[in-house]
Structure formats: C-alpha cells, structure tokens
Design a protein around this ligand. Structure first.
Ligand code: ZN
Length: 205
C-alpha cells in the first residue's frame, strides 16, 4: 500500500507534467496566428481532479512514445505519456484493430479534458503512417495544426490537399472531412469551438 506522502508526491509530479504540457501548448497557440485567430486562449481553465483511467490504449500510447519527432509539444507529451488521459473516439469494430493501435489523443482542455474549459477544446492527437480516417463530421468548428508528419485532407466538394508541419486546416460545423495519413504519421494540436463542442465526431459511412 502506498503511504500518503508518496501519493501526494506522485499527484504533484503528475500535475506538474500536465501544467508543463499546457504551458507549451499555450506558447504554440500564441505563436501560431491561425490558432489564436480561431479562438483566444481560454480564460476559464482549471485542472480536473481526475485520475488516469485504468483502461488506456497501451499499444497506441507506445506508438506515440516511439514516434520520431522534434517538436517540444510532442516531446513533452511523449515524456509524460503514461501520466496523461488518452482517448479514442471509436471502438475496434468502427475502424478496425490496426487503426485503434495507431491512433489516440488527449483532450488537454475542454468540457471533458485533463483541464476543464467550457470556452474551447484543445486536443493533441496521433495517427500512424498510412492510416485512413474515413469521412466524418461534428458540430464543433475545428482547426488542425500539423505538429509533425503530414496528412491529406479530403472534403466533399474540393480536391484533396496535403498539409505539412506548421500548416493549419479549418473545418466549419458539420463540414465532412476525411484524412489520409502520410508515410511519417501525423501529430496535431487541434482546437474545437462553438456550440455543441462537447459532441463527439460521427463517421458518415
Ligand atoms: Zn474533425
């Protein structure tokens, strides 16, 4: 059994790791005009008093840790990957085991995030090389910043477009979009805003 002092130290270390990631994300936000134009940095952020859930996507987390990247936000996430709250919006039978083993995200801040905000949601997401994320949509408006790797976005009425490190891509509410992940995988810092931003994405197949 863990004694109380050790437990407090572990919690403090975890909170510091979360604060560290949040601070780097805030810097990326302020240094990326497309992001700060999309939504101001939330002013209502509080740390969520939640434990890391028992069920975490271990294979996907290991893939994130092994991902070759130099971006400081990715490095911070990799360094503390075991202390973060990882999520997947789908189940195995939606997109298949291979997809689920190479995909995952943290909701850094948002209505259900590691930090709570009701103004905006901020995600850091990973998709492995060659994955195809089929056409989907959601109520929230969205912006992706490519932190590492590349992705080709497809919409319904436009030609597919390739995005690389440092580029951003926006989607309006309910705008259908699909993603083809490049050969070096893809990691993103993404924001959601608007009414119903707590609603999850839905596949259109
Ligand atoms: Zn989206």
């Amino acid at each position: 059994m863990m004694n109380k002092t050790a437990g407090i130290h572990m919690l403090k270390a975890k909170n510091q790791a979360w604060e560290h990631i949040l601070e780097i994300a805030r810097r990326v936000h302020s240094e990326t005009p497309a992001l700060s134009t999309f939504a101001p940095w939330p002013t209502d952020i509080t740390i969520a008093p939640q434990a890391v859930p028992q069920e975490q996507p271990e294979t996907a987390i290991n893939a994130v840790k092994a991902y070759g990247a130099s971006h400081p936000l990715i490095k911070a996430v990799q360094d503390h990957a075991d202390d973060l709250v990882w999520k997947q919006s789908y189940r195995d039978d939606d997109l298949g085991r291979d997809f689920m083993d190479h995909y995952g995200y943290i909701e850094l801040f948002g209505p259900d995030g590691m930090f709570i905000s009701h103004q905006c949601r901020g995600f850091i997401g990973y998709w492995g090389a060659g994955l195809i994320y089929p056409m989907h949509q959601h109520a929230a408006e969205e912006i992706y910043l490519v932190l590492e790797g590349s992705v080709t976005f497809e919409g319904q009425d436009q030609a597919p477009m390739l995005y690389r490190k440092g580029q951003t891509r926006r989607h309006s509410a309910y705008e259908p979009h699909a993603m083809r992940i490049g050969e070096k995988g893809f990691m993103t810092f993404a924001l959601w805003r608007g009414k119903d931003m707590a609603q999850p994405p839905r596949l259109m197949v």
